[in-house]
Design a protein around this ligand. Structure first.
Ligand code: PAF
Length: 336
């Protein structure tokens, strides 16, 4: 129909249309390009990892939902403390980080780092997405940060270069790199290991030089960072769930109008989904992959013995944190 009308036009009408089209094109060329804001998000891991896919999902969703008015650059920084500081002072807008160093900025998150607090992924994800988890996210703003969304690192497992670990006694005297997290450090000290806190960026050289014998991380981290190249023994201790969180810079976040903030929040949810889906997939295939890469995997460990050996640490956490809050997380059930 549109073509028929055009063919039926008389000559002066067609000329008018051409002049109009030409002037519109000229006006478009002369108009300033729509403003584009660059936003940076960092995380500690390779592109092909559970953080990498989360960051890519965030970038794609932000750029699509804002029609390209925001452009997201993804960068790697495997020193998570530095990345949080940079987000706080605003040299970058976002970071995805484990809660490892977060407790040094937002002490209210430390309760989440207690060993054996969460039974499984459904428990951890459900509790963090529920009101108790959201209440902790809300605490970030008093510390000069924005807690945007809970993401995930996974259940942590011990690896080392000396021997299989099946009971707490096997950890005695082992130098284990921990995150810069006082809750984790207390746990490893209580288990008789020698906890050595350091940033992830320092881990591989420390393992290569023998400064430490072992470390602990979730399967997705061990796989994506090829830690099998520097560690022989993997024990599925699953001693602590390691949450991750997307943190934002408050000045940037509070400067967004309502529609853009909604777009960023939707993008953060897309990042959370991609990240959790990848953790699930890595957990399913990762252990076999690590065996194929030459690791000796100890699947059954004496979880009850680890929990019993941690009794003095649990007592200390009960004094340090609100016992009712610990119970709310530990006893969380869907619908509770
Ligand atoms: O071990 C750590 O520091 C963290 O688990 C890591 C690997 C940086 C991911 O958040």
């Amino acid at each position: 129909r549109a073509r028929c009308i055009a063919e039926g036009e008389d000559v002066p009408m067609r000329l008018t249309r051409r002049v109009l089209t030409a002037s519109l094109a000229a006006a478009a060329l002369a108009a300033p390009a729509a403003a584009q804001t660059n936003v940076t998000i960092t995380h500690a891991l390779p592109v092909d990892s559970h953080y990498g896919v989360g960051a890519v999902a965030f970038k794609e969703a932000v750029e699509r939902l804002t029609n390209g008015r925001y452009r997201v650059t993804i960068q790697r920084n495997d020193n998570e403390r530095e990345a949080i500081e940079a987000t706080q002072i605003g040299t970058q807008e976002f970071t995805i980080t484990s809660t490892g160093p977060v407790g040094n900025f937002v002490p209210e998150t430390l309760v989440l780092d207690i060993p054996f607090l969460f039974r499984d992924y459904a428990h951890a994800r459900g509790a963090l997405d529920s009101q108790i988890g959201q209440d902790i996210l809300a605490k970030f703003s008093a510390r000069g940060l924005v807690g945007v969304v809970w993401m995930e690192n996974g259940f942590r497992n011990v690896t080392n270069s000396r021997h299989e670990v099946a009971t707490p006694a096997d950890l005695h005297g082992l130098k284990i790199r921990t995150m810069e997290n006082p809750v984790h450090m207390r746990a490893f000290q209580t288990l008789g290991a020698l906890p050595t806190p350091m940033a992830f960026s320092e881990l591989v050289p420390a393992l290569q030089q023998g400064t430490v014998d072992g470390q602990e991380n979730p399967i997705p981290v061990i796989v994506s960072n090829n830690l099998n190249q520097v560690q022989k023994y993997l024990s599925l201790t699953r001693h602590v769930y390691s949450p991750a969180v997307m943190i934002g810079n408050p000045a940037f976040w509070n400067g967004l109008n309502a529609a853009d903030k909604a777009a960023f929040l939707e993008a953060a949810k897309a990042a959370q989904k991609a990240n959790r889906d990848r953790v699930t997939a890595d957990e399913q295939r990762g252990v076999q992959l690590l065996r194929e890469r030459g690791m000796t995997v100890r699947e059954s460990v004496d979880t009850a013995a680890f929990q019993a050996a941690l009794a003095p640490a649990f007592e200390a956490y009960g004094k340090q944190f609100d016992p009712a809050l610990i119970r709310r997380f530990r006893d969380w059930k869907p619908g509770s």
